[in-house]
Design a protein around this ligand. Structure first.
Ligand code: FES
Length: 154
């Protein structure tokens, strides 16, 4: 169950949206921030807040890559696998990070610190290859600077 302060905040955000559906991602992200991932309980809460069915919330949740319907690590790493990044080594970047962390794409490190996920374009194509850790975008990532980037998260 979410705290009343968060509930009130979400109700205010929904009231200021043109449609409840427009506020759905915002609501799901806030609930995800509270629980760590979008739990089944959070889907029900989102549906009640938004006036949508749980199935409608589920459909929206599974459409957006940044909404997690399974537990994730403290830091989620999204590595872009769209065309601009792929063309300049995005695929091998994912493999290097996978080896560096000792997990495959889709997995979480045993200490719960990192989850590694491939994703669609992060909108930073000009600095490909790109990855994102949490909300921070990293461009022109190379196998050589992976260790230095990750050192600030460990
Ligand atoms: S293709 Fe990778 S950021 Fe756009």
């Amino acid at each position: 169950m979410i705290p009343s302060e968060l509930k009130n905040d979400l109700q205010t955000r929904i009231a200021s949206a043109v449609t409840n559906r427009e506020a759905a991602v915002d609501v799901m992200k806030a609930l995800q921030g509270h629980y760590g991932w979008l739990t089944d309980e959070a889907v029900i809460e989102a549906s009640e807040l938004l006036g949508l069915s749980p199935l409608q919330v589920e459909e929206l949740a599974t459409f957006y890559e940044m909404i997690y319907r399974r537990p994730v690590g403290q830091h989620v790493i999204h590595v872009c696998d769209s065309i601009s990044c792929w063309a300049v080594g995005g695929e091998s970047l994912l493999q290097h990070i996978s080896v560096f962390l000792g997990i495959a794409a889709g997995e979480t490190t045993p200490d719960g610190l990192f989850t590694l996920l491939p994703c669609c374009c992060l909108g930073n194509c000009g600095q490909a290859p790109t990855m994102m850790i949490g909300d921070v975008v990293y461009g022109s990532v190379t196998p050589e600077n992976i260790a230095s980037i990750f050192s600030s998260y460990q």
